[in-house]
Write a protein of this length. Structure first.
Length: 251
């Protein structure tokens, strides 16, 4: 595989993890971008130690997870990369899998626009136990996406993904927060992207990580996700609808 691969990490107040994660990523990736999303802890100082090894795009204020990923998308397009791999900086994802997930973009048997990591596609002995409300919401939203958009996925929210960069220019990402992946799924369906999943271990190192404000309430978060999905369906002129019972287990 001769594709130019960019590995991008959205980072916000990750001073606790960023050095260790970057040291590991550097063993498995050549071109690395860190999007520092307005961190107010010691993240910036930690990144300074890697100034000759990684590129950094700084947001002057915290703009949100979706905005950080959008910056990574734009960077990959601007500098002519073939594949963009996104990986979170909280220690959940395994950098040794970067080249494996990137290689799936040009799988000769099934070339795709997007390879989405899944923590539920395969069981690993090292798996953690996901916080119950996060797993419940993930499973419900995942079933909604499958029902309404015709997908066959198992994990709607995994941040470990590989994108065909030439496809990124077709996206119109406007959601700056944690719901950005839902906007992405709707657009991927509308654009008729070919998508595959890639099994990764389930790792939770910080079960108390905040989504910010009222979104820490699981019911508020679920309602917000449905609202984002329906707003994006409307914006794209799609007729599906994510109702309150969409994706709920039956029987």
């Amino acid at each position: 595989m001769n594709d130019r691969i960019l590995t991008a990490l959205p980072v916000y107040n990750e001073a606790q993890h960023v050095r260790q994660v970057l040291e590991h990523v550097l063993q498995h990736a050549d071109d690395i971008l860190v999007v520092n999303d307005g961190s107010t802890d010691n993240t910036e100082a930690a990144l300074a130690d890697f100034s000759e090894l990684v590129s950094v795009e700084n947001h002057s204020v915290n703009r949100g997870y979706g905005a950080a990923l959008k910056t990574a998308f734009d960077y990959a397009v601007r500098y002519g990369y073939d594949v963009l791999v996104t990986i979170d900086c909280d220690g959940q994802h395994q950098p040794q899998l970067i080249k494996d997930i990137a290689a799936q973009i040009d799988n000769p048997e099934n070339p795709v626009n997007l390879v989405s990591g899944s923590r539920y596609l395969k069981s690993f002995e090292s798996n953690s136990v996901a916080p119950e409300d996060r797993r419940r919401i993930n499973m419900q939203i995942t079933r909604c996406l499958n029902e309404q958009l015709g997908f066959d996925i198992t994990d709607a929210f995994c941040g470990f993904k590989a994108y065909r960069v030439s496809s990124l220019a077709d996206l119109d990402i406007t959601d700056s927060g944690y719901a950005m992946p839902l906007q992405l799924w709707v657009q991927a369906a509308d654009l008729d992207w070919n998508i595959s999943e890639f099994p990764i271990p389930l790792v939770y190192l910080d079960e108390e990580r905040s989504f910010g404000g009222s979104l820490d309430d699981a019911n508020v978060r679920l309602a917000h996700y449905r609202g984002v999905l329906n707003a994006e369906l409307s914006r794209r002129g799609m007729k599906q609808r994510f109702t309150a019972d969409c994706g709920q287990s039956r029987g």
